[in-house]
Design a protein around this ligand. Structure first.
Ligand SMILES: *[C@@H]1O[C@H](CO)[C@@H](O)[C@H](O)[C@H]1NC(C)=O
Ligand SMILES: *[C@@H]1O[C@H](CO)[C@@H](O)[C@H](O)[C@H]1NC(C)=O
Ligand SMILES: *[C@@H]1O[C@H](CO)[C@@H](O)[C@H](O)[C@H]1NC(C)=O
Ligand SMILES: *[C@@H]1O[C@H](CO)[C@@H](O)[C@H](O)[C@H]1NC(C)=O
Ligand SMILES: *[C@@H]1O[C@H](CO)[C@@H](O)[C@H](O)[C@H]1NC(C)=O
Ligand SMILES: *[C@@H]1O[C@H](CO)[C@@H](O)[C@H](O)[C@H]1NC(C)=O
Ligand SMILES: *[C@@H]1O[C@H](CO)[C@@H](O)[C@H](O)[C@H]1NC(C)=O
Ligand SMILES: *[C@@H]1O[C@H](CO)[C@@H](O)[C@H](O)[C@H]1NC(C)=O
Ligand SMILES: *[C@@H]1O[C@H](CO)[C@@H](O)[C@H](O)[C@H]1NC(C)=O
Ligand SMILES: *[C@@H]1O[C@H](CO)[C@@H](O)[C@H](O)[C@H]1NC(C)=O
Ligand SMILES: *[C@@H]1O[C@H](CO)[C@@H](O)[C@H](O)[C@H]1NC(C)=O
Ligand SMILES: *[C@@H]1O[C@H](CO)[C@@H](O)[C@H](O)[C@H]1NC(C)=O
Length: 718
């Protein structure tokens, strides 16, 4: 953002505010009262209006009989020349008339964020007056055309054509007439071919070059190194290959060097990286860079953001990282870094707000110096080999909101939770797969987690009971205690957790009946979601599986998973109250009795697993009304009678019903005899087809298939 303001300042500076001064300006403004735009300008603008199929109400002010300097979105200079056409976000549709290019005094054209289609008229780019064109966020398409080599030098400084549908190769050096181009933003289009080599020979003043989210191929042209003014270079999300050319490091004005997810490889070399002393952002995430972080990184004193995530880098973090004292964000997740973190003195990074080291090979204890980064908001050390106890100092991190220590070898959960209790701003706390074979503390000194919304303590395994202190986490939304060895029953206070919509207590040794209080949980009962949680995003994305990430709490489905425990008794008929559940898993328990008829009320269900219990009686025929059901399993029970045959039931294989010798159905070996004929299926074939088609369409468009996988596979929380 900074360089953009600078570039704007640049051309303001050059505006001809005469040294003769204010008196002259005042004289001119008096003159302005009488001067109006010319008939020719008016005609050009009216032509533009004619090209619009939706004018967003412009026609009301753009009337032929009036001075066009008074029209909406039009600005004139003091002598009545049209200088600005500013029509961003007006809901315009249609095409851009080339006549706009004939407005002889036009300086700035801003049509950003409309729905304009068709091409970009050459007349605009090659206008003899325009210095800034912003047509970003439209639906413009076609190619950018070459220019006649005879084109005289053009004054254009800013060209933003980002977020459109432009395609084809980027024009070659024939755009050399743009000697003054300062900022070119062509991101988020479909440009193909090699990155042009001529950028800085053609545009010697280039400060901003943004080409990310396109389909550029090939390697990074070494010629970019001659861009001596370049401060912003963003080319991520393309299909490039090769490495960062040595010459690129000659572009020593660079502040933003950003090539995320663009197919690059190679190693970062000490002597080269050290040349970019103005770097503020270095983003090389999601590539195939290898090697170590160079010692000379410490020369980048202005560095604020370092992204090297998802590469194949290794080795220890250099202690010189602590010389980058302006660092705000460090993301090194998903690499093979190792060794002790204690080498880096985090105390000298007082501005650090986010540190993500997930999925590396770091070991040793968590260095206490991290706890002096008082501004830290997000700390993720999950899936490393840290051991030892958390230190008291962690409680100093009053701003800490996201903490994931999942999958390390930490010890003393009682102490950990007591320390974390003083981090009052914690909202996501993931500490599972640590504290092996310890006991869940029931201690009353734990329990001032007033802001926690997502608590994950899975996979330890921990002994003990579902602890009472959880009942005091008033804002809790997602609770995961799966894969422990907790005993006892589900406490009655559970329904007091009035915002919980995702409850996974599977694979423990819990006993007793499924309490009806569980079927009173407000968030599972009603379709409403907490309005705020719809908007909220996780500070760092969380990973329900190794390859998926959720950016918002709301991405979690409403879920109740009690599977793999020792629950007994019948499924309460009040289960039908949990109308907004998307996944219900009661499998691998010792439940008896019938499948309650009220299960048919759970019309949002996508996953229903009641397998491996001792359920008896018939499968309620009305379950065929669960139109979104993508997975259904009642295998290994003692059910009897016909399998419902309408709706989604036509899509389930026999494995959903295995191990129930008394069930019958057309798809089973055991056909239903006429004596025990199923209740007549009231659906006509046509309706059935419609429903199947609907569900397939729904799955395709709303990714239910993916969601289903995630519900089933949700076992990883980094
Ligand atoms: C605008 O008015 C002028 C003069 O009255 C006329 O010549 C011209 O055709 C009009 N333009 C349009 C687009 O109606
Ligand atoms: C165009 O207008 C939009 C919305 O006001 C603004 O964000 C953008 O910076 C403008 N473009 C230029 C080049 O000034
Ligand atoms: C388009 O890019 C220019 C130059 O980088 C910038 O000034 C302008 O704000 C951008 N427009 C939008 C809508 O972001
Ligand atoms: C380029 O345009 C995109 C919008 O399409 C915007 O998000 C980005 O900030 C712009 N980049 C620069 C450097 O102006
Ligand atoms: C790309 O453009 C589309 C359509 O304008 C927009 O919805 C999307 O947010 C843009 N993506 C980026 C990364 O700017
Ligand atoms: C640019 O970089 C190359 C390779 O690193 C080097 O040989 C050359 O001398 C540099 N050119 C300038 C002008 O600095
Ligand atoms: C990661 O580094 C360790 C040594 O620290 C090495 O044994 C292992 O093979 C490396 N893994 C990969 C995938 O490179
Ligand atoms: C770490 O840095 C802090 C602040 O820069 C300094 O006070 C402290 O002495 C350093 N610690 C070590 C072990 O170098
Ligand atoms: C705690 O978080 C809230 C927003 O979630 C923020 O406004 C507040 O400043 C934070 N408190 C501290 C001490 O950082
Ligand atoms: C965890 O630490 C204990 C000792 O503190 C050690 O015996 C054990 O092997 C470690 N486990 C792993 C998976 O590193
Ligand atoms: C846990 O930590 C506390 C406080 O440091 C200590 O008193 C206690 O002995 C530790 N427990 C175990 C089992 O190490
Ligand atoms: C159940 O949890 C234990 C740890 O308590 C784990 O070893 C086992 O793999 C888990 N079983 C399933 C099916 O996830």
């Amino acid at each position: 953002m900074q360089p953009l303001q600078l570039s704007r300042m640049r051309y303001n500076e050059k505006l001809p505010i005469s040294s003769l001064g204010i008196a002259l300006v005042m004289l001119m403004s008096l003159a302005a009262i009488t001067s109006s735009c010319t008939e020719q300008e008016k005609a050009s603008l009216l032509k533009f209006l004619t090209g619009l199929s939706q004018d967003g109400g412009l026609a009301a002010s753009w009337r032929n009989g009036t001075d066009c300097c008074t029209w909406e979105g039009i600005t004139c200079s003091m002598d009545g020349t049209v200088t600005d056409v500013s029509l961003a976000s007006k809901g315009l549709q249609g095409y851009i008339s080339p006549t706009v290019g004939s407005l002889a005094g036009l300086l700035r054209l801003n049509l950003s964020n409309n729905m304009l289609s068709s091409g970009l008229p050459q007349e605009l780019v090659s206008s003899g007056s325009i210095i800034a064109i912003d047509i970003s966020f439209n639906r413009l398409d076609g190619e950018l055309h070459e220019m006649p080599s005879s084109t005289p030098v053009r004054p254009l400084k800013v060209l933003n054509i980002s977020s459109n549908l432009f395609a084809g190769q980027f024009p070659s050096s024939t755009w050399g007439a743009m000697k003054d181009l300062v900022a070119l933003n062509a991101s988020n289009n479909s440009f193909t071919g090699q990155l042009p080599t001529h950028f800085c020979t053609s545009f010697p003043s280039l400060v901003v070059l943004e080409l990310s989210y396109n389909r550029f191929r090939g390697s990074i042209p070494p010629e970019l190194g001659s861009c001596s003014m370049l401060r912003v270079l963003k080319v991520g999300h393309n299909n490039l290959s090769g490495t960062l050319p040595d010459e690129l490091f000659n572009a020593t004005s660079l502040e933003f060097l950003s090539f995320p997810r663009s197919g690059l490889q190679g190693i970062l070399e000490d002597t080269y990286i050290a040349k970019l002393t103005f770097l503020v952002t270095l983003d090389l995430g999601e590539n195939n860079f290898s090697g170590k972080i160079p010692e000379f990184i410490g020369h980048l004193k202005r560095l604020e953001e370092l992204y090297l995530n998802s590469n194949i880098m290794y080795g220890e973090l250099p202690s010189t990282l602590a010389n980058c004292t302006n660092l705000i964000t460090i993301n090194l997740n998903c690499n093979n870094f190792s060794g002790q973190l204690t080498k880096v003195n985090f105390s000298s990074l007082p501005n650090l707000m986010s540190l993500d080291l997930m999925r590396n090979n770091f070991d040793g204890t968590i260095p206490e110096s991290i706890y002096s980064c008082r501004k830290l908001i997000a700390l993720r050390l999950s899936s490393n080999k840290f051991h030892g106890q958390l230190a008291k100092g962690l409680g100093n991190l009053k701003s800490l909101s996201f903490l994931s220590l999942y999958n390390n070898n930490l010890t003393n959960i009682t102490d950990a939770l007591q320390i974390l209790g003083s981090s009052k701003n914690l909202s996501t706390l993931l500490i599972g797969r640590n504290f092996r074979h310890e006991t869940m503390p029931e201690d009353d000194t734990i329990g001032s987690f007033e802001n926690i919304r997502f608590l994950g303590i899975s996979d330890c395994p921990l002994f003990g009971k579902i602890p009472f202190w959880i009942s005091k986490i008033a804002n809790l939304e997602i609770l995961i205690l799966s894969n422990n060895q907790l005993t006892g029953s589900i406490p009655a206070w559970i329904k007091a957790l009035s915002y919980v919509f995702y409850l996974d207590i599977s694979n423990n040794s819990l006993t007793g009946e499924i309490p009806t209080t569980l079927t009173d949980m407000p968030m599972l009962e009603s379709a409403k979601t907490d309005a705020n949680s719809n908007q909220r995003v996780f500070i760092l994305p969380v990973y329900p599986t190794l390859s998926h990430q959720y950016r918002q709490p709301f991405a979690f489905p409403k879920l109740l998973d009690l599977s793999n425990n020792k629950f007994t008794g019948e499924i309460p008929s009040t289960i039908g109250q949990l109308k907004s559940l998307r996944s219900l898993n009661l499998s691998f328990n010792n439940l008896t009795g019938q499948i309650p008829e009220s299960t048919c009320n759970l019309t949002s269900l996508q996953v229903l697993d009641l397998s491996n219990n001792n359920l008896t009686g018939a499968i309620p025929a009305a379950l065929d009304s669960l139109h979104f059901l993508a997975a259904f399993n009642v295998s290994d029970n003692d059910l009897e009678g016909p399998i419902p045959s309408g709706g989604q039931f036509n899509t389930f294989g026999t494995s959903s019903f295995d191990g129930n010798t008394k069930l019958c159905g057309s798809m089973l070996i055991h056909k239903c005899g006429s004596a025990e004929a199923p209740p007549v299926n009231v659906l006509t074939t046509k309706q059935t087809d419609y429903k199947v088609a609907f569900v397939i369409a729904f799955s395709t468009f709303f990714g239910v298939g993916v969601l289903y996988d995630q519900i089933v596979l949700s076992r990883y929380f980094g």
